[in-house]
Design a protein around this ligand. Structure first.
Ligand code: P5A
Length: 450
């Protein structure tokens, strides 16, 4: 993309409504525009990152054997009357009447709808196990929408649902989700710690939240600092293996790590004092096993050799739009965002220090074309602007790598390659800079962006 033809409405001033750094930078970098409290339009740069995150989520879900689909955002109230949640959900549910005076709602989650699909089409235990998921807009009329996309009213969620014959099978699905979530967050450059949590309105008392530690997080958390030493890395895992998934779950959840709702002071005090941590975190996902809560209420049963039984279920959510905020909270400095390679909107920036200079323009064009030919997505700042302004924009929007091209360097046959994270630069031939960028992204293969 050439910046002169892109839509990147960068703000020079700090927007007064933004209380935390991720919200401030998302507004300043022209990523989102609020349309009403807690409701946002995704401008091109924000949309690109949102789709990268969604792409990683899809890849990791499908790797775990889960099946993508898409349900409607509008739901009939009757489904929720069957489960008993229509009244329970209260003011957080956006209720709408259609022209025939029928009660509808904008879905805050989809347990009822997927259970309805299941009971209509599945009747034999031979069709189990089954896990389907979607990435879809949700609406929750939050009492206090705040911090931009972090607590929105309209937000983007990956929500998945498993159907199993027994509790044992459903717990394998639970463990499999825990493993796939660990991989998912690490690919986004995040450490998200699974913590024992509370089922809330979804239900079930077997549930973990995934938390990214951040001072601006809305949840208070208590943990053994040893949990922060754990990383999943690039280990191979067989998602069908009960033992392997169980092993990972035990490794990542046996140390004390809990949200305030489930915190137990006596257990916490058993941790050596120098390892006890009380901190704040951003909840970027949650997994649940709730057994037959919905299947019994809604008649989702399967025929087995021993008769008809209700299926065991769980659901699993990732806050896809919230993740943008979480990643920025975890990765920024006072000049702007620092995107991890896995989710960056453009792979690198190209800054032309002297637009209109024949050598500089030509070198930038060549670099741009070579990167595109390698399947990469560079952002070329070809505007007729001062170098200082170009650098400030690149720093704000946070591309992890920048190639700077100027007539002086070109006389010596070099351009400058700079890391946004460390600020370190090296001079090298343009072809070598391209080769280096290609090499960097060979290890951060991300789904095709928009
Ligand atoms: C699991 C999937 C559920 O809704 N039903 C389907 C289950 N879980 S949850 O924990 O309530 O939500 C899943 C994740 O969505 C994100 N999230 C939000 N993101 C932005 N704004 C909000 N208002 C919001 N509410 C929830 C969180 O990341 C949460 O973990």
């Amino acid at each position: 993309m050439r910046l002169s033809r892109y839509f990147l409405p960068v703000l020079k001033e700090n927007p007064s409504e933004a209380q935390i750094v991720s919200h401030r930078y998302m507004l300043r970098a022209g990523m989102i525009k609020q349309s009403a409290a807690g409701i946002y339009s995704w401008l091109p740069l924000g949309f690109k990152v949102l789709k990268k995150i969604e792409g990683i989520v899809h890849e990791e879900q499908m790797r775990a054997g889960h099946i993508p689909m898409l349900m409607s955002t509008m739901q009939p109230a009757d489904l929720w009357r069957e489960s008993g949640r229509y009244d329970d959900y209260g003011q957080e549910m956006l209720r709408i009447k259609d022209r025939h005076d029928r009660d509808m709602l904008f879905g805050p989650t989809n347990e009822e709808m997927i259970t309805d699909i299941f009971r209509n089409h599945v009747s034999s235990y031979k069709d189990l196990p089954l896990t389907m998921y979607q990435v879809q807009w949700k609406f929750r009329d939050e009492i206090r929408p705040r911090f931009g996309v972090m607590r929105g009213r309209e937000f983007y969620m990956k929500d998945g649902y498993n159907f199993d014959l027994s509790k044992e099978d459903a717990l394998h699905a639970y463990n499999r989700h825990l493993v796939s979530y660990l991989r998912t967050y690490e690919r986004m450059g995040l450490q998200a710690i699974p913590m024992r949590a509370d089922g809330g309105p979804i239900g079930g008392d077997y549930t973990h939240e995934f938390l990214v530690l951040a001072e601006t997080g809305e949840s208070e958390v208590f943990y053994d600092s040893a949990v922060t030493d754990l990383t999943f890395g690039d280990r191979e895992i067989d998602y069908d293996s009960v033992e392997q998934c169980q092993g990972v779950l035990e490794e990542f959840t046996s140390k004390y790590a809990r949200t305030d709702e489930t915190h137990d002071e006596a257990l916490f005090n058993e941790i050596p004092e120098d390892r006890r941590r009380v901190a704040r975190g951003i909840e970027v996902g949650q997994i649940f096993y709730f057994g037959t809560k919905y299947s019994e209420a809604m008649g989702a049963k399967v025929q087995t050799p021993d008769g008809e039984v209700p299926v065991h279920m769980g659901s699993h959510g990732i806050g896809v739009s919230r993740l943008l905020g979480a990643i920025i909270e975890a990765s920024h400095d006072d000049k702007g965002i620092i995107w991890p390679e896995g989710v960056t909107p453009f792979h690198c920036g190209i800054v032309n220090l002297k637009q209109g200079d024949e050598a500089a323009d030509g070198a930038c064009e060549d670099l741009y074309k070579a990167l595109v030919a390698a399947g990469l997505d560079p952002l070329y700042d070809d505007r007729n602007e001062r170098a200082g302004g170009k650098f400030a924009t690149m720093d704000l929007i946070g591309l992890p790598w920048r190639i700077t091209v100027g007539p002086r360097g070109l006389k010596n046959g070099v351009v400058e390659l700079t890391s946004r994270r460390t600020g370190e630069s090296e001079e090298l031939a343009p072809e070598a800079a391209v080769a280096k960028i290609i090499e960097i992204y060979a290890n951060h293969r991300t789904p095709q962006g928009f």
